[in-house]
Design a protein around this ligand. Structure first.
Ligand code: ZN
Length: 440
């Protein structure tokens, strides 16, 4: 249900019972702006309505896309899961669809040592820079920093590339601090970000730096006091959860496959300040994600009342991804993002995992469309198909990819009954807002 209330009036308008068309709703809101005020944002059936109303209420600036050409070259050897086009394929597909004018795009700056050492150890940053320069790491650094193995291989831009991803998320954080100070709403998309496993002095799970942590620290340093971090990657957002485990200003919530690497986040609920985990079984599908978002994510975040939401949109929970056994369609993730960005006037939307070049670029392009309010076409135009036709994938599934990876943006929905295990996980976290209130 969603209600709006006009300033100077005690009457609530319940839009969920209004039988008007979307045009009727638009007319109503246009007439009301800027006095339109949300009584209860987020819980709507009609996709995008909450986003639209929130934008009307918060004086939204247009969304911004932060990218970089540095991501065009695959970073690792051909056998590495990340040796695929992701960020630049997303940029190319957005441009092919006419959705990414120059005015909406910002080239990512590179984070410098001073910015990186806000979270990472100086020795670790120096070791990465040296490994980039020399192309090798000492046995001691290999052991100490987990560098050089498949998880974090040595490659020519192994400092510059992750430092650019971190720089994009940090730049976004600076812009969001300014937006909050100005009383404005803003959504910023940094699909190269989302490296949620990085540790202060250790590479982990393909992540050298932890850009979500760096960005959240920058937001806190800028005076932001309540931040929700929502993680939809197939893997537990362990690095972010641990970084803010004892900081009541940051709520972390991670939905991920149970039993999957790194093996943490298996307990629903929280044991420390504000860390919520919802481990889900293999086969996790669209209706189950929608259930979790409606019954857990929205009420918990609404109670936390964030000024900014940070959303990690790893695409490895999608059915076509090779590294998980989850079964989401990309539309389920777009819907979750549409609901989540309505939880606060400002949002930082990041990428994350995702190891099938077609499903990652289609998914992340659709997330940008969600932020901008673009309608998803039934079939891609020739320019969009050409971008997807240029992608390659060395895995067996890449030799004979199905037609819909080239022709469409939206996957077919993966529907099903909500299993008891999902209901139990939600039940275990339902009490959290009351617990927080009783602690205050
Ligand atoms: Zn992942």
């Amino acid at each position: 249900m969603i209600r709006i209330r006009f300033k100077g009036s005690s009457r609530n308008w319940d839009l969920s019972t209004a039988h008007g068309s979307p045009r009727w709703v638009r007319r109503l809101c246009a007439a009301a702006a800027p006095q339109v005020k949300l009584a209860r944002p987020g819980l709507v059936d009609r996709r995008g309505l909450a986003t639209y109303l929130e934008a009307m209420a918060a004086d939204q600036q247009d969304p911004l896309f932060i990218g970089s050409e540095i991501f065009r070259k695959p970073p690792h050897g051909p056998r590495h899961p990340l040796a695929i086009a992701r960020v630049c394929a997303t940029m190319d597909l957005c441009r092919a669809l006419g959705w990414l004018p120059d005015t909406a795009y910002r080239d990512s700056p590179r984070a410098d040592t001073a910015a990186l050492t806000r979270f990472h150890d100086a020795d670790y940053v120096a070791a990465l820079q040296q490994a980039e320069r020399t192309g090798q790491v000492s046995a001691a650094d290999r052991e100490r920093f987990n560098l050089g193995a498949m998880e974090a291989p040595i490659y020519p831009a192994m400092f510059m590339r992750p430092a650019t991803a971190a720089g994009g998320s940090l730049h976004a954080a600076d812009l969001l601090v300014a937006a909050v100070a100005a009383g404005q709403g803003r959504r910023i998309y940094s699909p190269a970000g989302g490296t949620h496993h990085g540790r202060p002095a250790r590479a982990s799970g393909f992540c050298y730096f932890n850009d979500p942590v760096l960005a959240i620290l920058r937001l806190l340093d800028g005076g932001i006091e309540r931040i929700c971090y929502l993680d939809y990657d197939a893997h537990h957002g362990d690095g972010v959860e641990d970084a803010f485990a004892h900081d009541p200003r940051v709520l972390t919530l991670s939905i991920h496959e149970q039993g999957r690497w790194p093996g943490t986040g298996m307990t629903a609920g929280w044991s420390r300040t504000a860390a919520v985990n919802l481990p889900v079984p293999p086969g996790f599908h669209d209706d189950e994600l929608a259930f979790i978002v409606a019954e857990a994510v929205i009420p918990i975040c609404t109670a936390f009342a964030p000024q900014i939401v940070v959303i990690q949109c790893g695409a490895d929970a999608l059915a076509d991804d090779p590294l998980s056994k989850l079964n989401l369609s990309n539309g389920a993730l777009w819907q979750a993002v549409a609901h989540n960005i309505a939880l606060a006037p400002c949002a930082l939307i990041l990428g994350g995992g995702g190891y099938n070049p077609w499903s990652v670029s289609r998914c992340w392009t659709g997330i940008w469309a969600t932020l901008c309010g673009h309608a998803i076409p039934q079939q891609l135009p020739p320019a969009g198909r050409a971008v997807l036709a240029d992608l390659t994938w060395s895995r067996a599934a890449g030799r004979n990819p199905p037609r819909h990876w080239f022709d469409t943006l939206a996957d077919k929905p993966n529907r099903g009954l909500v299993r008891p295990q999902i209901r139990a996980a939600v039940e275990a976290v339902r009490h959290l807002p009351q617990s927080w209130r009783s602690k205050q």
